[in-house]
Design a protein around this ligand. Structure first.
Ligand code: PRP
Length: 186
């Protein structure tokens, strides 16, 4: 038995389904950005698996960059700008067609903060591609342009999403067995 299995109650999205959907998203993005300069920005760390598969499904030339943010903690989540930039982009995005790549949009606060920040840098366009949308949990309105899967309000891990920093490597999205897994205190 693999170590992750005791924390897994069910596979929500199997590998093949994930990969098929990512290929479709890649095709849609390729069609939308044909003849345009496309710049993908991945928010570390959860979006990494998705980014690397997505970019292999995008047939138009594109560049990538990364940024990292850290949340100020649960108590401040409702304040706007609750995230702190811990690693900035390497390249300027002024005049570029940016697609922000995320693993999951939950409350929406992370995305809202990042979009607000990026908008101040005057990109030519700014769109969002998220693999997972847990819209039931939304607390602030954010506009999503490309969505892989709408998911129920379940605690998920795998394919970039961690369980206390582990299991990001799993090729599927699983639901956490909350009877077996106790999250660490904030
Ligand atoms: C996750 C995810 C999003 C954010 C979504 O990141 O990657 O960035 O939470 O939540 P929200 O919509 O409620 O703001 P996390 O802070 O877990 O960091 P990680 O990507 O390094 O795992």
């Amino acid at each position: 038995m693999q170590p992750y299995q005791k924390f897994l109650s069910e596979v929500l999205i199997p590998e093949q389904e994930l990969q098929e959907r990512i290929r479709e998203l890649g095709k849609q993005i390729s069609e939308a950005y044909t003849g345009k300069d496309l710049h993908l920005i991945c928010i570390l760390r959860g979006g990494v698996m998705f980014l690397t598969d997505l970019m292999r499904s995008i047939s138009v030339p594109h560049s990538i960059d990364f940024m990292a943010i850290s949340s100020y903690g649960a108590g401040t989540r409702q304040a706007s700008g609750h995230v702190r930039l811990t690693m900035d982009l390497r390249d300027d995005i002024q005049g570029r067609n940016v697609v922000l790549v995320e693993d999951i949009v939950d409350s929406g606060y992370t995305l809202a903060s990042v979009l607000g920040l990026l908008a101040t840098r005057n990109p030519a366009s700014l769109k969002v591609c998220t693999l997972l949308d847990k819209s039931e949990r939304r607390e602030t309105e954010v506009s999503l342009d490309y969505v892989g899967f709408e998911i129920p309000n379940k605690y998920v891990f795998g394919y970039g999403l961690d369980l206390d920093e582990y299991y990001r490597d799993l090729p599927f999205i699983g639901v956490v067995n909350e009877e077996k897994y106790t999250p660490p205190e904030d």
